[in-house]
Design a protein around this ligand. Structure first.
Ligand SMILES: [Zn+2]
Length: 175
């Protein structure tokens, strides 16, 4: 699919939340181009990217192939450890309950997300999984970094896809 937005190229001099979120955003642009729901994620430890992925549900035919899951798996491989306390996960959209759960299983130290998801969000949008008192790990959560761009690319994707669906529906049936 044609993504109407270019990738971002922020200065590497300031490797702050906005910088790492721009890398996650660029993953979302790749997802859009591949016809996947445009959500991207990067896993960072001590200023170094050790996982980067976008949604790949369509490509893999796997409903668990969310950007966060793939980036966390990459990070565990790089570190040779399934405990990711020193890792910050940047993701363009609020993690769903599955991915929020995965950040807890992996003991991810911090999660930074862009746009909230009131329908499916697992970090305060629909459910607030990190706030469950009985859990033995509670990632620090920062919301709203790169929120506008993350919302815009999702909206553009779904409106383009709706347009495609309409064109297909209006095509005369083949005989
Ligand atoms: Zn998810």
């Amino acid at each position: 699919m044609d993504c109407p937005f270019p990738k971002q190229h922020l200065s590497q001099l300031h490797r702050d939340d906005a910088f790492f979120m721009s890398l996650a955003y660029n993953q979302a642009v790749d997802a859009f181009r591949a016809g996947e729901v445009p959500v991207g994620a990067v896993a960072v430890r001590e200023g170094e990217v050790i996982g980067a992925a976008h949604n790949a549900v369509v490509e893999t035919g796997d409903p668990t192939a969310h950007a966060e899951m793939l980036a966390l798996t990459q990070a565990t491989r790089v570190l040779g450890d399934y405990r990711l306390n020193a890792v910050t996960l940047f993701v363009t959209k609020e993690p769903c309950p599955m991915c929020a759960g995965a950040t807890i299983m992996a003991r991810v130290g911090r999660v930074v997300y862009g746009v909230g998801d009131p329908k499916m969000g697992g970090m305060g949008g629909a459910l607030d999984i990190p706030a469950v008192a009985t859990l033995n790990h509670h990632p620090e959560v920062t919301a709203g970094i790169g929120e506008e761009e993350a919302r815009r690319i999702l909206q553009a994707f779904f409106s383009q896809r709706r347009g495609q669906d309409r064109r297909e529906a209006s095509r005369p049936a083949e005989s």
